[in-house]
Design a protein around this ligand. Structure first.
Ligand SMILES: [Zn+2]
Ligand SMILES: [Zn+2]
Length: 178
């Protein structure tokens, strides 16, 4: 997802642009392009451009409980400052002594590429265990029946022997600071 920011870079701090986005991005390295939509606001800062974006997408995945195919709605709230590699007026290479490896950059043709930020924010916005519905009952651990469609007669009371001895310990009292 690219934006040409050469004009915005020539403006004063505080100048901004707002874009309605209907675009495609690869959410995971090597994955096919997925539709993304939302609003991107870009504001000129002293050093570069501050990007505030609210983006949403749907990804195809499997329910972590019943393994049915499902679509997961994912919302990303991106807040990042992008630093220009070159001065937009002179073309001189810029140095940011305090910049860190994880900073994002605007390339020498003044294109701001949000692809990497989208991948990173997708990584922490996508639920680790997606579920088709909060009420999904999942599969029977014993016979594999889909408990949303049917019930089975398996005895699935969990008796995990690892916890038995620990249950005997009461939680310690909270410390007091007098
Ligand atoms: Zn499910
Ligand atoms: Zn069963």
């Amino acid at each position: 997802m690219y934006f040409n920011v050469s004009q915005l870079l020539k403006e004063m701090g505080g100048a901004f642009r707002t874009y309605d986005v209907n675009d495609f991005a690869s959410l995971v390295d090597g994955a096919p392009m997925t539709p993304i939509s939302g609003v991107v606001k870009m504001m000129r800062t002293d050093a570069g451009i501050w990007v505030s974006a609210q983006l949403t997408t749907y990804v195809d995945c499997e329910c972590s409980r019943c393994v049915a195919d499902m679509e997961q709605f994912v919302r990303m709230e991106i807040e990042e400052e992008y630093l220009p590699e070159v001065d937009v007026n002179t073309g001189a290479r810029l140095n940011f002594p305090d910049a860190m490896a994880e900073n994002f950059y605007i390339d020498q043709t003044h294109m701001l590429d949000m692809s990497e930020a989208i991948r990173q924010y997708f990584g922490f916005s996508m639920p680790f265990k997606p579920v088709c519905s909060d009420e999904c009952k999942g599969l029977c651990l014993t016979c594999g029946a889909d408990l949303n469609d049917t019930s089975c007669s398996c005895d699935n009371v969990i008796r995990d022997p690892r916890w038995g001895p620990l249950l005997a310990f009461a939680l310690p009292n909270e410390p007091h600071y007098n």
